[in-house]
Design a protein around this ligand. Structure first.
Ligand SMILES: Cc1ncc(COP(=O)(O)O)c(C=O)c1O
Length: 362
């Protein structure tokens, strides 16, 4: 009942804790404005604009080659298909809450007849034991870093390295869903190439922490990326021109790559503010990237009312939705971008004081 009020309240706020800017046409406009005059369009995957960007990303990720895709959904189904064909085994393993399992309408199963083996409990990330104790033979293991649906949790770097060693030893391909790869590098204190060296293939998104229009890069060895181009055409992903996505991806990559450390520090600061409020906790308690989930021990409707009141009274946007987790609890996701740094510190303090008071007297 209060969900409409919540949405209306956030649209009227002057400041917001989440994201970079409004998602409107200015995002593309700004990226196009920095070009010095016209640039030839890419044509079906060829041309300077796409080839230069693919080379830049392959270098950044420390891989032989990379291919630009319109979406991560397309890129990852294709990556898993290639690894399954290589082993002539249509089985992969991944987390029960990974993007492929819950957000892609079973594309992997329906389009490719690939059977997923679900590893680990939903509430935690995949550990080495889950992989070692798996009964099934698989062609590929997919790790989503960070694991978005559980607040963006991460395994330790040592665990990642041990999973990678084990997979290499057993002839299992390791694929990285690195939709938010840049966002986790400050926590691991590693370069993108160092993390990607543990994996055979990697996908990175350009519209999450980077904040472009849309688009994805799939990287790996040359033979892998060449095959991915064939599948991209089969999937209808070889659009005659992808340059609006590429130009925005490139522009915002350059703008924001170096800001990931700041977003991560700000996420930790903000999570601490939430954790100091009555009836609120965050997952993870201390974020390991720019994102976390806020859990409120309050029924959804009441939480919406309180959050809307706080936003109406302070002008600081805190949430646009909340999702029930039980009759008496709810949750929502926070991810930090450019906006957080613009919020006056006193406004943050007074807003969280008000939120705490309202929750304490609920
Ligand atoms: C972890 C993860 N993987 C894959 C995707 C798919 O990306 P796309 O929207 O480009 O298909 C997303 C998108 O939200 C994601 O969060």
């Amino acid at each position: 009942m209060n969900s409409k009020r919540l949405l209306e309240a956030i649209t009227k706020t002057e400041y917001q804790i989440m994201g970079h800017t409004r998602r409107d046409t200015q995002v593309l406009q700004k990226a196009l404005n920095q070009l010095d005059g016209p640039l030839d369009s890419d044509m079906y995957g060829r041309g300077k604009v796409i080839e230069d960007f693919q080379e830049k990303m392959a270098n950044y990720l420390g891989k032989e080659s990379s291919v630009f895709f319109p979406s991560g959904t397309m890129a990852q189904q294709i990556a898993l298909r290639i690894w399954c064909d290589e082993k002539d085994l249509k089985k992969v393993a991944y987390h029960p809450l990974c993007h492929l399992e819950i957000h892609e309408e079973d594309g992997l199963k329906e389009l490719h007849q690939i059977e997923p083996i679900l590893l680990a409990e939903k509430s935690r990330v995949i550990d080495l034991d889950d992989v070692v104790n798996m009964d099934e033979d698989i062609a590929c293991l997919l790790l989503e870093l960070p694991q978005r649906e559980i607040g963006g949790q991460l395994p330790s770097y040592e665990t990642l390295a041990s999973i990678s060693d084990y997979c290499r030893e057993k002839g299992i391909r390791l694929h990285l869903d690195g939709a938010r790869l840049l966002e986790i590098l400050p926590y691991y204190q590693k370069t993108a190439a160092e993390v990607c060296a543990l994996f055979d293939s990697v996908y990175v998104s350009f519209y999450k922490g980077i904040g472009g229009v849309a688009g994805a890069i799939l990287a790996g060895n040359q033979a892998f990326t060449e095959q991915s181009k064939i599948w991209k055409r089969r999937h209808g992903g070889d659009l005659i021109s992808l340059y609006p996505y590429i130009i925005s991806a490139d522009y915002y990559f350059d703008q924001r790559e170096s800001k990931m450390e700041a977003y991560y520090e700000e996420a930790k600061e903000l999570a601490d503010k939430f954790n100091q409020c009555s009836l609120i906790s965050t997952v993870p308690e201390v974020p390991v990237s720019n994102m976390f989930h806020v859990h409120l021990q309050v029924a959804k409707d009441r939480a919406e009312q309180i959050l809307a009141e706080v936003m109406e009274e302070t002008g600081l946007g805190l949430a646009s939705y909340v999702r029930p987790t039980s009759e008496t609890s709810c949750t929502y996701e926070v991810s930090i971008g450019d906006r957080y740094a613009t919020i006056p510190k006193e406004l943050l303090t007074s807003t969280f004081d008000m939120l705490d008071e309202k929750l304490a007297s609920k």
